[in-house]
Write a protein that binds this ligand. Structure first.
Ligand code: UTP
Length: 471
């Protein structure tokens, strides 16, 4: 049977026969490409994804409890640090960046990791992470593999960026690019949309697609072959992330009962109304598990609840920084029963009608996009820790072009953090009346990975109001 007939039958079975309307007008190479594209889609899963996402019941939140948070202090930090450092030194840890998102809110042409993120020199995000890895490799005399999840849309550009920058001085073979899967966008009736003649409208399958991508690209096997046991997972948009944090890794493997399967960092919510997912505990017959409740699902009364110390009881904001054990990722990837749930979002998706030849640029949401979220893996982990940090130290994401979580807000937090680091070694820093740092201060990872590293560098001086300072 020829490819066209096979595809037609598969589409008929999936109720998507309309996709081939007008296909006869495509040239031979375009048609072959189109049929390949259709055949690479998870058509058989679509009905289940639609049914699951349209019947999602609201969760029973009555058994939720605040999470057990580990706070940094001098004693536990040192203990965790030693455990984490030992694993790093023994080459058991890899970095894992999810960088397959579309970055539509930021509106940057090109992969988000190429965005100039730092305050003075405008280092791209990928360079910031690479320099952290380089500094960590030098410190522990080890090579650290870096797994980077891309999407089919940005994989070539991402790889070219690394090659053009000579892998930022790191060994080329320590970079493993893994393109994630895509899923089709549908209309309200579940019919797959086209973006153009001979092109299906698709989107990457979410950061939760990481588990599938790690498995399908052979990355998990590669990790096992290299003896990697822990993945330091982070998103591409946070220039303050600690790419490899020995304290967090140590805390994770020291989880109560057994070594952690998936752990998280959190920061205190700014206020009860902040739109951010929160980490919570819930009881199961096998003991407490951790989960993330999205802000839209958290009832106002719970969002406002205070603990005995007057803090928000459900105030542990998820910042999407995790340590994931390779064994846990394998269990998730290989188990037929355990699947991360799909979520759907109503979005504006440009599309093409083959019957009329018309392109539509919608001004209101017209389509559903389907995605999986990595934090849905948390409740499946048998052991996990939640480590609290602060926004100023570790979280300054760049998501929007303006306003909150924008380059401007990230720059302010970066300068605040770098100013505080310099202050801790005696540098005089100018501050505004609201306490924020009144200068643009950049400290590259090769100069310091944390405040303590500045002690030997003796940057003793003062910084002027409005000065641009780089080290
Ligand atoms: P966001 O949820 O911020 O989405 O991703 P986004 O696609 O980058 O940006 P918008 O929503 O279109 O503006 C959080 C992190 O998850 C990664 C992103 O690259 C980012 O690091 N991500 C997201 C993926 O790797 N794949 C996806 O399918 C979605």
């Amino acid at each position: 049977m020829d490819r066209m007939q096979q595809t037609k039958e598969r589409l008929d079975r999936a109720g998507q026969a309309h996709l081939l309307v007008g296909a006869e007008k495509l040239g031979a190479p375009e048609l072959v490409r189109f049929l390949n594209e259709i055949n690479s889609l998870p058509l058989e899963d679509l009905a289940g994804m639609l049914a699951q996402t349209s019947s999602q019941k609201s969760r029973d939140l009555s058994a939720l409890a605040p999470p057990n948070i580990i706070h940094h202090n001098a004693a536990n930090s040192q203990e965790f640090r030693e455990v984490g450092e030992e694993l790093i030194r023994r080459a058991k840890v890899a970095a894992f960046t999810v960088a397959g998102g579309q970055g539509t809110r930021l509106g940057w042409r090109g992969p988000k990791g190429t965005y100039p993120a730092t305050v003075v020199t405008g280092k791209p995000l990928f360079r910031v992470f690479a320099e952290q890895l380089l500094a960590t490799e030098r410190r522990y005399s080890v090579r650290i593999p870096w797994f980077i999840m891309t999407s089919p849309q940005n994989d070539a550009d991402t790889q070219a960026f690394f090659a053009d920058n000579n892998y930022f001085g790191r060994h080329k073979q320590e970079h493993i690019f893994i393109p994630q899967g895509v899923v089709p966008c549908t209309d309200a009736d579940g019919r797959i949309l086209l973006s153009d003649a001979g092109h299906v409208a698709t989107n990457p399958d979410g950061h939760g697609g990481a588990i599938r991508a790690l498995h399908q690209t052979g990355a998990l096997k590669e990790m096992v072959a290299r003896g990697i046991t822990q993945l330091s997972y982070f998103q591409v948009d946070n220039p303050l992330v600690r790419v490899i944090d020995p304290v967090f890794i140590g805390a994770h493997v020291s989880a109560k009962g057994s070594s952690g399967e998936m752990s998280s960092k959190c920061v205190p919510k700014r206020n009860a109304a902040e739109k951010v997912g929160v980490l919570c505990n819930f009881p199961t017959p096998k003991g407490d598990r951790t989960t993330v409740i999205e802000y839209s699902d958290l009832p106002a009364a719970m969002a406002q609840q205070r603990d005995a110390g007057g803090e928000l009881a459900f105030g542990a904001a998820n910042i999407a920084v995790h340590v994931i054990s390779v064994e846990f990722a394998q269990r998730l990837a290989l188990s037929a029963e355990i699947k991360l749930p799909w979520h759907r979002a109503h979005k504006k998706v440009p599309c093409f009608d083959p019957a009329t030849g018309a392109h539509t640029q919608p001004d209101k949401p017209n389509a559903f996009k389907f995605e999986c979220f990595i934090f849905d893996a948390l409740p499946l982990a048998q052991s996990s820790v939640t480590l609290q940090t602060t926004r100023m130290e570790e979280f300054a994401p760049i998501k929007n072009a303006e306003g909150e979580d924008s380059p401007a807000s990230s720059h302010r937090i970066q300068s605040d953090r770098n100013g505080a680091w310099l202050e801790s070694v005696g540098v005089i820093i100018p501050r505004r009346t609201d306490g924020s740092v009144d200068a643009k201060i950049e400290i590259g990872p090769l100069a310091a990975l944390e405040a303590n590293d500045l002690r030997n560098r003796n940057p003793a001086r003062s910084i002027r109001r409005g000065e641009e300072f780089v080290m």
